[in-house]
Design a protein around this ligand. Sequence first.
Ligand SMILES: [Zn+2]
Length: 114
Amino acid sequence: MPISEIHVCQCADCIQQEGHPNKQLHQQMNLLLSRLDEQQRRWYVAVEANRIGHGGLRLLSLITGMNEKTINADNKKSSKAWQSAQAPESVSVVEGVHVLKKRLGYSRRFGKNG
Ligand SMILES: [Zn+2]
């Protein structure tokens, strides 16, 4: 996906004039999402929405531009998948996301220069 297709977060923190700590995080999330394939994007967004809990679907929709219903459906699907199958090497999904970020050089390459 070309750089120009990276979604720009539309959450309240990011659209306000002053810099907000969440702005960089949301930019990094969208940059990461732009590097993942469709399945990986859906799973990552579902994990994040689930982690946030109440309001997570709406927030992730604003951050990523994905439809809330799609995220919710993916969340339900992935919950079932996670219950029926352990991740390789008994790594939790959250740990798996951290490993994935590490493998992609998430913090190293996607620093403040984007
Ligand atoms: Zn944002």
